[in-house]
Design a protein around this ligand. Sequence first.
Ligand code: 4AD
Ligand code: MG
Length: 477
Amino acid sequence: MTHHTVAELLSNTKTPIEIEIKGWVRTFRANRFIALNDGSTIHNIQCVINFEDTDPKLLKRITTGASVSIQGTLVKSQGKGQSLEVQVNAIQVLGDSDPDTYPIQPKKHSFEFLRENAHLRTRTNTFSAVMRLRSSLSFAVHSYFNSNGFYYMHTPIITGSDAEGAGEMFRVSTLDQKKPPLTEQGEVDHSKNFFGKDTNLTVSGQLEAETYAMSLGKVYTFGPTFRAENSNTSRHLSEFWMIEPEVAFMDLAGNMDLAESFMKYVINYILEHNPDDIKFLEDRLLQEEKNKPQAERSEMTLSDKLRFVVDNNFKRVSYTEAIDILRQSKPNKKKKFKYLINEWGADLQSEHERFLVEKHFKCPVILFDYPANIKAFYMRLNEDGKTVRAMDILFPGIGEIVGGSQREERLEVLKEKMAALHIPEEELWWYLDLRKYGTAVHSGFGLGFERLVMFATGMSNIRDVIPYPRTPQNAEF
Ligand code: 4AD
Ligand code: MG
């Protein structure tokens, strides 16, 4: 007898059949009904025991959290609430649980409590649904690029350059921390370090992806990135996954088209492939909404929100237009924003981004042509000499989800920019080479994968959409 998953059994149309199944007990009711889950689906399968024929010692060991193997017959259910069930012929407890100490009791737990038990939290419906959706979204990412002629590239995790120029990097070093070798000037001597230079964990694979775009044409990376910014918010992680496509001969308009088509594809993918998990999370959110005051309740369900992104064009708005809208906005005039928008050139905070998407446009927004001095060094300078071909995509409930740009392809302009920002040419000689040999217009963007998963699942804290979150003061598991 082969061992089946719950998902396979529940989609079975032939009954009765003999089956074997393994999983974890979610609940055991009336010494008779086991709700069994094996992670293959949000649904449990009900397994019915004939307790008169079962050893009472064995019955005692069937507790929440125990792993069991069941041989039985899959039949149409006689009870309400499920269409199929298993009549148990034999059951073995593979691994006992301890009902007194097992943290995942069959009741509602707070997300904070479950974060402390992140190694067991995928035994709950919410977290198993979130992580199945996360898996499905990653697959959709690869599927989109693969079917559109992109090559998947693995960019290095350890790097000697700071792609974003923000300086918020984790150092990678094998030097003696208490007594590092020093130069004559008394600085730490990184020539004695493992790589013969100072190195860090990457903040972005973009610069290396550009080198491959300038030979393979269309590439993307999808890997972990690291930022040592001390921001303890519900949207920041110190270790997060980023998807970064990079395309030769593509300008900013093409970049916007690509990002929009890509995001629609991946969201549509889960709508088609994961309806049960989405339905579960949608119902969870509806319950949560009921506890909010009427005015704060969302009019849209989770699947409405997902479908809305798939069905509507993203609104494209220049930074300059956005500043005008914000300056004239009620929260600005009534001094409700923490950071008031007074003049052109101001950096947008998440309160402004969320005002634009959630209150003003009420749809995903692509902001473009930002002031040069609030964006990274590699972005293409516009003819006006003060803005760059940058784009940020803002999503309702999330704020910035994508950041990208057309890249500066002119050697002299790039060198001037680097000099102004004190970025040494020796560090990025290879990056400059791309502008020396066969330079071309090219563009790309970075999508923060966890922010996408947040949007897709309706989860409101980024720590709940990655298996083991890394945040300031926290690297458990
Ligand atoms: O806007 P960012 O910093 O852009 C880049 O890194 C570019 N090199 C991308 C490119 O053009 N290839 O980051 C891109 C996205 C953000 O829009 C956000 O979604 C996500 O990465 N992100 C974070 N997600 C979680 N935690 C953090 N600390 C994040 N920082 C950025
Ligand atoms: Mg950004």
